[in-house]
Design a protein around this ligand. Structure first.
Ligand code: ADP
Ligand code: ZN
Ligand code: ZN
Length: 657
């Protein structure tokens, strides 16, 4: 057939499908990618259909031939296309944008990184506990569809073991499995565990892979050579054959939500895929998201409890401690415990939450704060570099010697940063061996692994770092974990801030408890009475979720409502303002019953990289009517759109910053 329909990785405006003539080699067919003349350039497009006849209003002379077909074999099929259409519809993006998010961008099939079949892939045959056995039977058994499960249990309660057994069971039936893990933390460990159990039937997709290596795995998966795929968020699109199970480990993790268009949530896509394929979906965590908790309460997700720590160990003592009157960032209690731990010949981990600490320049005379020239955020002082740096755009300046505004010398950097804390700890404990592990020190490949190895072997007394050190939390030598500053974003205008703080503390405490019955976790805070902190320290999960859900309901926020966020970005503030107001005026008469909208308002982070940001939230009890309204609103908005304002759409936003 001579005519081909293509879509491109561009926002859906008034038109998204473009028709071309066959390429000179006649290689084009649906499912392949091709280079095509597009505007004044040449663009990579996705061939979604071929057809014998042109619509009446299209003249053959107006069509151009494709330049070149990129793929030898199709990289997507009807099923992928249907999923992409759903993504585009749900996340209000172009079909081409959806396909671009799904399909690895590699052009040529590269080397394979698959696991080798090794001698002795036996799988440790642990005898499952009664709870594990019941959970496994529920997941692999016959049941109503869609089969949605939640494995709820502390770290060490044997969730991973159940996930892997369930996967084995489905593979034995000739089916396939997708196993999602959070972006950073556990990918590697889980991948190794899966490689050990499943050998060459497994593939891992991770962010460190080249696009062509990814494409290679994608094609192996499509051919059915791979039956279990492990990876972060994008692995939810893996084109496995006969999908029977999707696993989402650490379901509450923020990395399951994409930070760029289409801003999909892997959990949402997984629910859709599971429903389409008649597959089961099982999530797991010690700290479920508020959304999942609510669905469990309503019985829409079946909760499977794992209440025992199978690897032994017990819950450590978790003590909240005020930082209010401490001169530095170590409270008297924490210092005392570090000392005691060292005397016992044991180890300490000091845990810093990346989002939680700030280290900003503040003038006590005039109130001046040193902020980025391009973003409305404080600059952070990096002693190693000798510069004050913006964490959003990278802008940096040498630190001022006096207040740039009033000249006062009563101005300095205050707050918490890994470097200040490192300095203070070294000063306080000059005889203890300290190592810091964070993005600045672990840039070199393998150095985190090395640090953790030395730590495990006892060559470090105090390990200091961000999320990265979480893996060391269950080492046998550890007695003390200090959460240096727990108030992660509690001051941020984001309705999920409490949930995040709570979950961080519970996770740290949970990981920490494995080996040390005499162990301690000290949680330093400026908000000793904040319920997110007190309930986390008491490990009162039921209490926290009950209170949090009551509050969300009272404030009309998710999970009691759904949100669609429109963010306007422009170099010029008044353009962003006007576009926001225009969209609000369009939206006002189109708001569905029971819904409302908030804004337009300046975003909590008002400027990023020189772009002024305004947002507007569409909020309602159900997504269906919101979607319908949003589409109509966008159609109107497109006509007469200010081309110097960029509009970003986020369906089910997780952050409102
Ligand atoms: P989680 O994923 O909940 O953190 P894991 O599945 O990783 O828990 O199990 C934690 C530890 O307990 C692992 O060392 C694992 O080998 C062990 N374990 C799991 N299930 C059992 C079991 N049925 N009997 C004994 N040990 C188990
Ligand atoms: Zn000043
Ligand atoms: Zn900046």
């Amino acid at each position: 057939m001579p005519y081909l329909d293509l879509v491109f990785d561009i926002p859906h405006r008034d038109r998204e499908v473009f028709t071309y003539l066959m390429d000179p080699n006649g290689a084009a067919s649906p499912g392949k990618r091709a280079l095509a003349p597009f505007g004044r350039r040449e663009s990579l497009g996705y061939i979604i259909a071929e057809k014998a006849l042109l619509p009446r209003d299209v003249a053959e002379e107006s069509l151009k031939p494709l330049r070149r077909v990129v793929d030898k074999a199709p990289v997507f099929d009807e099923g992928d296309l249907a999923l992409a259409r759903w993504v585009a519809g749900y996340y209000l993006c172009g079909l081409g944008e959806a396909l671009a998010a799904m399909i690895p961008s590699g052009r040529r099939v590269g080397p394979s990184s698959s696991f080798q079949d090794e001698e002795g892939i036996t799988g440790e045959s642990l005898l499952l506990s009664g709870e594990q056995q019941r959970a496994l039977e529920a997941i692999t058994g016959e049941g109503p569809s869609p089969a949605l499960f939640y494995l709820y249990g502390v770290t060490g309660s044997g969730k991973t073991e159940v996930f892997i057994r369930a996967a084995e069971e489905f593979l034995a039936r000739g089916k396939s499995v997708i196993y999602l893990v959070p972006e950073i933390s556990l990918t590697h460990q889980t991948a190794e565990a899966i490689g050990r159990r499943f050998g060459s039937r497994a593939a891992t997709i991770h962010s460190g892979m080249s696009p062509s290596a990814r494409l290679n795995e994608w094609m192996r998966i499509r051919k059915g050579e791979v039956r279990i795929v492990a990876g972060p968020r994008s692995a939810v699109f893996a084109p496995v054959q006969d999908l029977a199970l999707i696993i989402i480990d650490e379901e509450q993790d923020g990395s399951y939500k994409s930070g760029s268009t289409p801003r999909y949530h892997a959990r949402q896509v997984a629910m859709r895929r599971a429903a389409l394929a008649g597959a089961a979906l099982v999530m797991g965590s010690a700290t479920p998201s508020a959304e999942a908790w609510k669905l469990m309460g309503e019985g829409r997700i079946r909760r499977l409890d794992l209440t025992r720590r199978l690897a032994g160990g017990s819950v450590p003592e978790i003590r909240p401690v005020s930082l209010e009157h401490s001169p530095g960032c170590l409270s008297e209690e924490l210092r005392e415990e570090i000392r005691k731990t060292a005397l016992l010949g044991r180890q300490t981990i000091l845990f810093l939450n990346r989002r939680g600490f700030g280290y900003f320049y503040h003038c006590h005379s005039c109130g001046y704060e040193l902020t980025c020239r391009h973003c409305s955020v404080s600059l952070t002082y990096h002693k190693g570099k000798g510069r004050a740096v913006c964490h959003y755009c990278g802008y940096s300046v040498p630190p001022p010697t006096a207040c740039p505004q009033c000249g006062s010398l009563e101005a300095a950097f205050t707050g918490f940063g890994t470097e200040t804390i490192e300095e203070e700890v070294r000063r306080t404990f000059p005889n203890l061996r300290l190592r810091r592990a964070d993005a600045d020190t672990t840039g070199r490949k393998g150095s985190l692994k090395e640090t953790l190895e030395i730590f495990r072997a006892g060559g470090i007394d105090i390990l200091l770092g961000t999320q990265m050190v979480a893996k060391g939390l269950n080492f046998p030598g550890v007695r003390l974990v200090g959460v240096v500053f727990a108030d992660t974003g509690l001051h941020l205008p984001d309705f999920r801030a409490a949930e995040r703080t709570f979950s961080l503390i519970v996770q740290v405490a949970g990981r920490a408890g494995r080996y040390f019955p005499d162990g301690k976790v000290i949680v330093q805070t400026l908000r000793l009475r904040d319920p997110a902190i007190t309930r986390a320290c008491a490990l009162d999960l039921e209490g926290f979720y009950a209170a949090e859900l009551t509050q969300r309901q009272a404030l009309n926020f998710p999970p009691y409502t759904r949100l669609i966020r429109f963010t306007f970005r422009s170099r010029e503030a008044d353009r962003a303002d006007r576009s926001g107001q225009r969209l609000a005026a369009i939206a006002a008469p189109l708001i569905p019953p029971g819904a409302d909208f908030l804004g337009p308002a300046e975003c909590p982070i008002g400027i990023i990289a020189g772009n002024h940001r305004r947002h507007l939230l569409l909020r309602g009890p159900e997504m269906g009517p919101l979607h319908t309204a949003a589409r109509t609103i966008l159609d109107h908005y497109e006509k007469g759109r200010d081309s110097r304002v960029y509009l970003e759409i986020d369906v089910d936003p997780v952050s409102l910053l």
